[in-house]
Each structure stands twice: as C-alpha cells, then as structure tokens.
Design a protein around this ligand. Structure first.
Ligand code: PLP
Length: 403
C-alpha cells in the first residue's frame, strides 16, 4: 500500500538499514518512497519540499520528464558498450558539453571523485610534458577546507580530520593554502607547480564565498606562473549559483572544469572534465579509462539534463529566486543566527548553535535540509522551483526560527 504504511514500517526500514548497511552517513529519519519535481513523499505519504537537491545533483528537479524520457528511450536501445567500441551518444554528448562550456575537449567519467582524479592526472602529465617538471615532482596547490570527494588521494589533501583519519598513507604532491587568499596562492607556487585546484564556492565547508575579486586574481596568478586553473564545479556548476559556472561571476574561464552531480539531473552518475585540447591530449589510448565512463545511457541522460538547464534558463532562475530568498532570509532576526550568505539558490544559514536540531524541526515542518559542518543549514532547492513553493519554504523557515 503505497504511501499508507505505518510509522512502524518506517522504523522497520530504518532498523534494517542500520543493521545491514555500513554507518558512513547519519541521515535524517525520513524514508523516501517517491519524488516528483521539488517534492518527495515518505512511506507514510507525508510530503516534503527537497531543499538539498542531493547536494545540487537535482538542479532540474526529481524525475524531470525530459530526462526520464531520454532514460527510457536509451534504455530501450543500448545501455553499455564500454569504450572498447564506439556508441552513437558519446560523440554528441561531448560536442554539446564543450559547446555549452566554451571548451575544446571533454572526458566523461561517472562519479565526481573520479572526475577530480582525472583532472589531477591530466594536470600532472601536462606539467611533465608541457612545463618540463622533473619526473615525480609535480605539485598541485589546493585550498584549506576543500571538498573534492572521497578517494584516498583526494582525502589525503583534505584538511578535515573526519575525512582523513585512519585512511593514510596518502599521495604526496599537494600543498594547501587558505581559501580566498591570493597572496598565499602565489607564495605556494614553485617551478614544479602544475595546477591550482579549487571550488569557486566551498560548499561542504559551509557555503564559503571567497572575497570579491579572488577568482580573477587567482586566475591571473596561475596564468603568470603557467599553472593550470582547475575549477571543481561539481556542486556549484550548471546553474546552481545563478550562472552556468560559478567562475563566471568573475568572468573567469578556467583551464579545466570538473562537472558532475546535475550533469545528469539526479538520474544516473555522470561526471566529466572539460578542458582544452592541449590539456586533454595528454591522455593517449590506454593511459586512463573507466568501464562505465561515457556509456550511451549516461550520455543520453546527460544530454537531456543539459538541454533542460539551457531551455528552462536555470542559471537565470537561480539568480532571480536566490536573490529573493536571500532578501527574505536576511529579514529573519534570531539570536542563534550568525550569518546568512548565498549565491543564487545556494544559501547557507550559519548558526551559533548546532544546526542538526533545526534540520529536524524543519523536517517536521515539511522541509528537507541537511546541516553542513555542524553549524550551517544549507538551502539548495531544485532550480525549477515555482515562486509559490519557494515562498512556502521561506514561511516554514520563519516558523522554525519563531521563538
Ligand atoms: C560532491 C562533490 C564531489 C564528489 O562527487 P561524488 O560524485 O560524490 O564523488 C567533488 N567535489 C565537490 C565540490 C562536490 O560537491
């Protein structure tokens, strides 16, 4: 009986998961059974507005009809060829992605972390072949409080103990500088530096927006020292911050952009790096790969997901609705609120107290949010959200902060 199950059924599912599943997450105790657009329903039939959008994978909303149609049509033709053979979707996908991003070449992978790994490999090899860095000496500058995924190499250059503890030994070749400090970036660069890897807004760190001009300055420094600018736009890209890429807010075109999450509209894991011919031509046959990377189902889904972003003007919607939401939220006065910041429909409410109890309260009010870094409530609804639904969300937020 869909949507009619008792609280007992939800409890049973929670216990089943806790008994048999590894405890690498601490989810809110909402058991989702169904979703459409900005809404999800739990097993008891209660409806919630999704204000997390699976960390911005669902910019196009849950089960967007055009993406679902592409999925079903492609599933009826061919789903996987491996890159041992060609398929008819990959060429169209890479061409369309490059046209959208103003880039020359793309390399599709599956998860975000794999795309970051791909960017690291490309940058290092470029450093050896184009910058004549001595073998095994290439360095990449990263930012403190970064989040680039969960592989051992990536967590090795994280500054967050929770992500690294007990997982060493780690990969050498990374140097960390404070985020937002262009001077520190320039000081960290040596003749062996091949790249600077950064997030234009640090999302997992608590929606940290760098000082105005930082991205442009960093881009200038990298150009002067012949260091590749690698933008991890997995969460900030594809419209989330009110521009196609968050780097565009400062008119910065990175040497390489890492995409994931909304690249498939929450339907299927698809990631990619997009860059210049010079950088991606460092990969020769056999030097890098993935069994599922660039599979026809992924490419068909991603093509539809990109079309939705363009045709429904999701970057513009995000800018307009985000400005409205930020204005509304900044009228909230509460002794627990430290700061409210945002760019487009990516908003963080930083509290002086742990955010988790507020997320639980919001869940009871019908809003699904997740705390990030303990003290920040992240608000990132699907970009297709209707004005009246966003207004409803703002009302629920006001209620949560009523004393
Ligand atoms: C989510 C995320 C990743 C990792 O993506 P996965 O698909 O979880 O591997 C990397 N970088 C940023 C900025 C992210 O938000």
């Amino acid at each position: 009986m869909e949507g009619q199950q008792s609280r007992g059924a939800a409890e049973e599912l929670i216990q089943l998961e806790d008994r048999w599943g590894a405890h690498n997450y601490r989810p809110l105790d909402v058991v989702v059974e169904r979703a459409e657009g900005v809404w999800v329903w739990d097993v008891q039939g209660r409806r919630y507005l999704d204000c997390l959008s699976a960390y911005s994978a669902l910019n196009q909303g849950h089960r967007h009809p055009r993406i679902m149609q592409a999925l079903a049509e492609q599933a009826g033709r061919v789903t996987l060829t491996s890159r041992a053979f060609r398929n008819d979707q990959l060429p169209r996908f890479v061409a369309e992605l490059c046209a959208l991003c103003g880039m020359e070449m793309a390399l599709p992978m599956n998860t975000g972390a794999e795309a970051v790994e791909t960017a690291i490999k490309a940058a290092r090899r470029w450093g050896y072949t184009h910058k004549r860095i001595p073998p095994e000496r290439a360095e990449i500058v990263v930012c403190e409080n970064n989040f680039h995924g969960r592989t051992t190499t990536i967590v090795g250059f994280s500054s967050e103990l929770l992500y690294r503890d007990g997982f060493g030994p780690f990969t050498p070749g990374f140097r960390s500088v404070p985020f937002g400090d262009a001077e520190a970036l320039e000081e960290a660069i040596t003749p062996n530096t091949c790249a600077f890897l950064f997030e234009p807004v640090q999302c997992e760190a608590g929606i940290l927006i760098p000082p105005e001009g930082y991205l442009r300055e960093a881009a200038g420094i990298c150009r002067r020292h012949r260091v590749l600018l690698l933008a991890d736009e997995i969460q900030t890209g594809l419209g989330r911050t009110g521009a196609l890429l968050a780097c565009h807010h400062e008119e910065v075109q990175p040497d390489l952009v890492i995409l994931g999450k909304a690249l498939s509209g929450g339907v299927y894991p698809v990631s990619a790096v997009v860059s210049s011919r010079e950088v991606l031509e460092v990969f020769r046959p056999g030097s890098h790969g993935s069994t599922y990377g660039g599979n026809p189902l992924a490419c068909a889904v991603a093509r539809a997901a990109l079309r939705v972003i363009e045709e429904e003007r999701l970057p513009d919607r995000s800018a307009e609705l985000g400005a409205w939401l930020l204005y509304e939220l900044r009228r909230l006065r509460h002794p627990h609120i430290k700061e409210i910041r945002g760019r487009g429909l990516l908003v963080g409410i930083e509290l002086l107290v742990p955010a988790r109890p507020y997320c639980e309260k919001l869940m009871d009010l019908g809003l699904l949010c997740k705390e990030t870094h303990d003290y920040v409530i992240r608000l990132a609804p699907p970009l297709i959200i209707a004005e009246k639904d966003l207004a409803w969300a703002a009302t629920q937020l006001r209620k949560a902060f009523e004393r």
